[in-house]
Design a protein around this ligand. Structure first.
Ligand code: F3S
Length: 64
């Protein structure tokens, strides 16, 4: 499973980070800045919850 970010939609709500800060780090301006898009085994639910928490729908997940 891999995280896909639509950076044009991110408005810095940081709800993804509040849900799973290790998977969805923020940059200095508070926008999501995913450095490793691979979701570790066992972290899929946290990733899904964080994606669902974004009100801008800036995040999605793809299965590989
Ligand atoms: Fe951006 Fe959505 Fe997270 S607006 S900081 S991707 S909750």
């Amino acid at each position: 499973m891999r995280i896909v970010v639509d950076t044009g939609r991110c408005s810095g709500h940081a709800r993804c980070n509040a849900t799973a800060d290790d998977l969805f780090p923020l940059d200095d301006l508070g926008y999501v800045a995913v450095t490793d898009p691979e979701v570790p085994a066992g972290q899929e639910k946290r990733a899904r919850d964080a994606v669902a928490a974004c009100p801008e729908r800036a995040l999605s997940l793809v299965d590989e």
